[in-house]
Design a protein around this ligand. Sequence first.
Ligand SMILES: Cc1cc2nc3c(=O)[nH]c(=O)nc-3n(C[C@H](O)[C@H](O)[C@H](O)COP(=O)(O)O)c2cc1C
Length: 144
Amino acid sequence: MPESHYNSLHRLLYTSKSRFSCSEAHVPVEIKGIVAKSFEKNRHRDLTGVLLFINDTFIQVLEGPLSEIETAFEAICCDMRHGNLKLVDMTPVETRIFDEWSMAFVGFDVDPSHLRTNRDLQEVYTIVESDPEKALRQIRGLIN
Ligand SMILES: Cc1cc2nc3c(=O)[nH]c(=O)nc-3n(C[C@H](O)[C@H](O)[C@H](O)COP(=O)(O)O)c2cc1C
């Protein structure tokens, strides 16, 4: 495989089920820690993306050079804080969708009064495996 392929822009989308060993009340703290650390690590790796948390499910998008996505994803796959990981999509892309975010987050911080946001988040959860392209557009709309 030519070197340029490993440097070329790709986008990865996966889902997984959370498997925290901490108490329910501590889960948001744990996730905030994951997001903060991911933000820093991704920034150094030229990775951008978003993490969603809904119905005990993580939905994550990572975009950047293929080699960097692979390195990050290897670590993510080994992380015991989630399981039943499903790779939904991994594809070369022309441009980034989440170019302004090293790791955006949408989940429990959503204000319950933001009914539309919650509805859209639920829809992403429902369609992410059957229609990832539509799910991506929906996710992008959520972090405007
Ligand atoms: C749902 C979830 C999403 C994660 N996303 C990222 C990520 O985008 N980037 C990253 O570097 N680590 C991410 N991690 C953390 C990695 O799995 C791993 O814990 C971390 O990279 C290990 O870093 P360390 O070797 O410096 O301790 C994620 C973990 C979980 C559970």
